[in-house]
Design a protein around this ligand. Structure first.
Ligand code: NAP
Length: 304
């Protein structure tokens, strides 16, 4: 490890965080990690990361502390909790980078509280799925002070390929909501096209091969279409996490007095998927809801 590399703390080693942290370590940054469920830290420990007993401890030695947890209340907990949160251990001059998908107001509050201690905050949510996290090809959309962005950029570059400064505090979270509006409708659209092809007895793999490179091609079609065809509903991105994101988008749209009619329908369909018991499956599980609208129970059991 090079001595001039920034020391990084990482909090939240879930589906995304574990691969992102591994890529930071691979790039030669000294790394301290914290995860609530300790067992998930073991592969990183074996790879050379130091384990911390709390987010505060992960922050104590670090120039940059990255968090990647589930929802807005979880960001408040790991960042702002008085005794164990990052704020309790963060060094003056360090920068906290939150990669979770959270509500825009989270950025304002974290920035305000951390700035009182001379610590910076960037909202830097991610897109690209578990494969993007593994391959260090994530898109990262960042809000906050530009000088903080410039300082953390070399570390973000170890995790992602498209890294864009979007503007002041909260801009990253808002851009991520734009992403989720598109993701929700696109995933629904892919499942609808596949359901139609299946009803017409078209070979679905040929259909995907024929159209993936054309005008309708998309990440959702290329990555989730084959999983829908194969009946592989293992999570890259949980249905319940997309619902969490759409709830945040809905609240923000109400504040902005903006109407999101397509997103509202998509939310309703993903909610149906969750209430059918698919909440901890990947978002491609919407296919089971959409194909269920078409087929008989007998056909449905064949396509599941
Ligand atoms: P995940 O696998 O469920 O991981 C969540 C992580 O957060 C776990 O390490 C969990 O700890 C930790 N955590 C949650 N609440 C916590 C709390 N209150 N205190 C301490 N630790 C807490 O989720 P993920 O798929 O990695 O997603 C993480 C974030 O990235 C979410 O905001 C998600 O919306 C976003 N995102 C996900 C994807 C994707 O494709 N998966 C893509 C883009 C963005 P435990 O291990 O103890 O549960």
């Amino acid at each position: 490890m090079s001595k001039d590399k920034l020391h990084v703390g990482f909090v939240g080693l879930g589906i995304m965080g574990r691969s992102m942290a591994a890529n930071v370590l691979k790039a030669g940054h000294p790394l301290t990690v914290y995860n609530r469920t300790v067992a998930k830290t073991q592969p990183l420990k074996r790879a050379g990361a130091v384990l911390a007993a709390s987010p505060a401890q992960a922050a104590a030695q670090s120039d940059i502390v990255i968090s990647c947890v589930s929802d807005s209340p979880d960001v408040y907990q790991v960042v702002l909790e008085e005794k164990t949160g990052i704020i309790a251990g963060a060094r003056q001059g360090s920068i906290v980078v939150d990669c979770s998908t959270a509500a825009p107001e989270v950025a304002a509050r974290c920035t305000e509280e951390l700035n009182k201690k001379g610590v910076g905050f960037l909202d830097a949510p991610i897109s690209g799925g578990d494969t993007g996290a593994k391959n260090a090809t994530l898109s990262i959309m960042v809000g906050g002070r530009k000088e903080d962005f410039d300082r953390v950029l070399p570390v973000l570059e170890t995790m992602g390929k498209t890294i864009v400064y979007c503007g002041s505090s909260g801009a990253g979270y808002v851009v991520k909501l734009c992403n989720q509006i598109l993701v929700s409708m696109n995933c629904w659209a892919v499942s609808e096209a596949l359901s139609f092809a299946q009803a017409a007895r078209i070979d679905m793999k040929s259909m995907l091969q024929a159209i993936s490179g054309g005008a309708a091609g998309s990440w959702q079609l290329i990555n989730l279409g084959p999983k829908m065809v194969a009946g592989d509903y293992a999570p890259g991105f949980f249905v319940d996490y997309l619902l969490k994101d759409l709830r945040i988008a809905h609240a923000a749209a109400c504040d902005l007095k903006v109407s999101l009619p397509g997103t509202a329908v998509a939310e309703s369909l993903f909610r149906a998927a969750s209430s059918h018991g698919f909440g901890r499956e990947g978002t491609q599980a919407i296919y089971k809801v959409i194909s269920g609208l078409r087929s008989s129970p007998e056909e449905r059991s064949k396509s599941n």
